[in-house]
Write a protein that binds this ligand. Structure first.
Ligand code: ADP
Length: 602
């Protein structure tokens, strides 16, 4: 129960203030029906402490209660299960107390966490009888007529018991009470007054119409809740009405907040119930891949005593999560269409996290892909898939992608691109480690009829006609004899590292390229994460039409040593182009130095 909302007894005050706030809301609603009767010139919640009589009282000038209301709302709970409840509360440990409140769902009765006795003096709106309800929480209660209150409303008076629990908090102490009030009631829309001072800031920003909240107010509110010092990129308002009522005010930060890494507990989405703060970082309200979003969800339909455990399988919460998610998708889409510059900022800061959704939330994978930005060989700008598709050549079998290196520049230098660039195809250059997983899983995730993401380093994606294929086969066949001695040397030289050496027709500028197996980046990542990765044997491709390869073929039978030297350099070179580490960098440097010396005519 550590993670329960009921971290301590303080919550009694939250419950009472929340009831008072409700009562003021109800009176306000009455005003709409019957102006004269209900008009409240000075709505307020007033908290007083009196150390002499050891009392704490919370007064409101809200709707008040009739005799029947007292019986029905407070008396019934007093009679039913509360006897055991209160016995257990008195004898129980902090944990059992909390568990019990959760179980009984008795908001008002949480007063007995701190009080021996409670008195409620109340006058209902539109009546002129005032009643006093008394209970010592032992199962019995009394209701009697009391001297007339000047205005409708309710005063709840708690006779505070000495606090013997570990925290030993004194609920008659001014600073203690002030602290609790500010903690729980800051965004209550009614003034909460203590010692003639309004303690709450009353900025329930999300309850006010969007048109009435200034950009500055949104920004300030964001900074307060997100502990960020830069303005957010944008805010998202949610106003769900219907079977599930809730309001949301969410923010997309403009940079990854430090808190995202340093103090995840402080961030995320805070849950409010009827403007009463319930808990922060409510992970059940938002999918994990949207964890960079900050903000508040406020619902009237949830019980105040809801705990984190209950949240997980609460159907309401699931509905809230679904519609929040839908709204975020919609707003991001809007931003992408309307403000590309801002969207790019969002993408740079959070794209990596957002893309996790492609793998984790298969139902929305397509949507996530549509909202993704990519670098491509087309130009230096970010592009969407839709934009890529509009530029696709008619004979393309899908979207050509290249991943496996963590910089665009490195990908652009990859020998694997050469045949595509030569033929004028555009290729997505994917630099995040998650991209490789996206590429390998996309065939299982994306719908049958969608454009396929093709990994040009793995899939055979070249759009060759049958005639072209046949032609290529014949050409390679014709090369076999000349290539054989060179192949023999290479196979012996790299016996442990490669599976095959082949002449290639796909390379234009590069002499050699390593293909096959998992990418070096992925291999390294898996090993770092402690996974067992079997040795990856790759294929060394040599550019069949390159003069260097021609020359090597020519001397392979006569100068094995020279050929070996050059092959070692070519192999290391292709490792570098794949972003892999060399087995022996010093050896590579030495060979290059020899070549330099030779070239300079030493
Ligand atoms: P809940 O607030 O979850 O309904 P509570 O035990 O806190 O449960 O309160 C029971 C009911 O008592 C409330 O729903 C409300 O009708 C009534 N009530 C409690 N406090 C007040 C108040 N200050 N003014 C008017 N009605 C109140």
């Amino acid at each position: 129960m550590i993670s329960s909302v009921y971290s301590n007894k303080d919550i009694f005050l939250r419950e009472i203030i929340s009831n008072a706030s409700d009562a003021l809301d109800k009176r306000r609603i009455e005003t709409l029906k019957n102006t004269e009767l209900a008009e409240n010139k000075n709505p307020e919640i007033k908290i007083e402490i009196n150390p002499d009589s050891k009392t704490l009282s919370v007064s409101d000038n809200g709707i008040g209660m009739s005799r029947d209301d007292l019986i029905n709302y407070l008396g019934t709970i007093a009679k039913s299960g509360t006897k055991e409840f209160l016995k257990a509360v008195k004898e129980g440990s902090e944990n059992t107390q909390q568990e019990l409140i959760g179980q009984f769902g008795v908001g008002f009765y949480s007063v007995f966490l701190v009080a021996d006795k409670v008195e409620v003096v109340t006058r209902k709106l539109g009546t002129d009888q005032t009643y006093k309800f008394k209970s010592d929480g032992k199962g019995e209660y009394t209701i009697e007529e009391a001297p007339q209150r000047s205005e409708c409303g309710t005063t709840v008076t708690l006779f505070i018991r000495e606090n013997k629990s570990e925290d030993a908090k004194n609920y008659l102490d001014e600073w203690t009470i002030k602290g609790i009030i500010s903690k729980y009631s800051d965004f209550i829309s009614w003034p909460v007054i203590f010692k003639d001072e309004t303690v709450n800031s009353r900025k329930a920003v999300w309850q006010r119409p969007d048109s009435e909240v200034t950009e500055t107010e949104y920004n300030e509110f964001y900074k307060l809740i997100a502990h960020d010092w830069t303005d957010p990129l944008m805010h998202i308002r949610i106003n769900a009405e219907g079977s599930t009522n809730f309001k949301g005010l969410l923010f997309v930060p403009s940079q990854a907040p430090l808190d995202l890494f340093m103090n995840p507990e402080s961030g995320g989405i805070s849950l409010y119930i009827n403007r009463v703060f319930i808990m922060n970082d409510c992970k059940d309200l938002i999918p994990g891949y949207m964890r960079f979003i900050r903000g508040v969800i406020d619902s009237e339909d949830l019980p105040l005593n809801i705990s984190r455990e209950i949240l997980q399988d609460d159907p309401f919460i699931r509905v809230i999560k679904r519609s929040t998610q839908r709204k975020i998708f919609a707003e991001l889409k809007k931003l992408l269409e309307k403000d590309r510059e801002k969207y790019i900022k969002f993408w740079i800061a959070f794209g990596k996290i957002f893309k996790e959704g492609f793998l984790l939330d298969k139902d929305n994978a397509q949507k996530i892909l549509e909202l993704s930005l990519f670098k491509t060989t087309y130009n230096d700008e970010w592009t969407t898939l839709a934009e890529y598709e509009s530029r696709m050549k008619p004979d393309q079998t899908g979207i050509y992608c290249l991943a496996g290196l963590d910089s665009v520049a490195a990908l652009k230098a990859s020998p694997r691109l050469e045949q595509y660039t030569a033929k004028g195809y555009e290729v997505l250059l994917m630099t995040d480690s998650i991209d490789e997983f996206i590429l390998s899983d996309s065939r299982f995730i994306l719908p049958e009829d969608s454009k396929k993401l093709l990994d040009i380093s793995k899939d055979d994606v070249t759009a060759q006609s049958e005639a072209e294929k046949k032609d290529a086969e014949e050409k390679l066949k014709a090369l076999e004899n000349d290539f054989a001695p060179l192949k023999k040397i290479a196979m012996e030289l790299f016996a442990e590292k490669i599976e095959d050496v082949r002449p290639s027709l796909n390379l234009t500028d590069s002499i050699a390229s390593l293909t096959g197996g998992m990418s070096f980046q992925m291999e390294k990542m898996m090993r770092t994460a402690g996974h067992f990765v079997p040795p990856q044997k790759r294929i060394l491709e040599l550019n069949a039409s390159h003069p260097v390869v021609k020359k090597l073929e020519a001397i392979a039978n006569d100068d094995r040593e020279k050929v070996s030297d050059v092959l070692k350099i070519l192999y290391d070179q292709s490792l570098i182009l794949e972003g892999a580490e060399l087995d022996n960098p010093a050896d590579f440097a030495r060979r290059i130095n020899e070549l330099i010396a030779f070239a300079l005519g030493d």
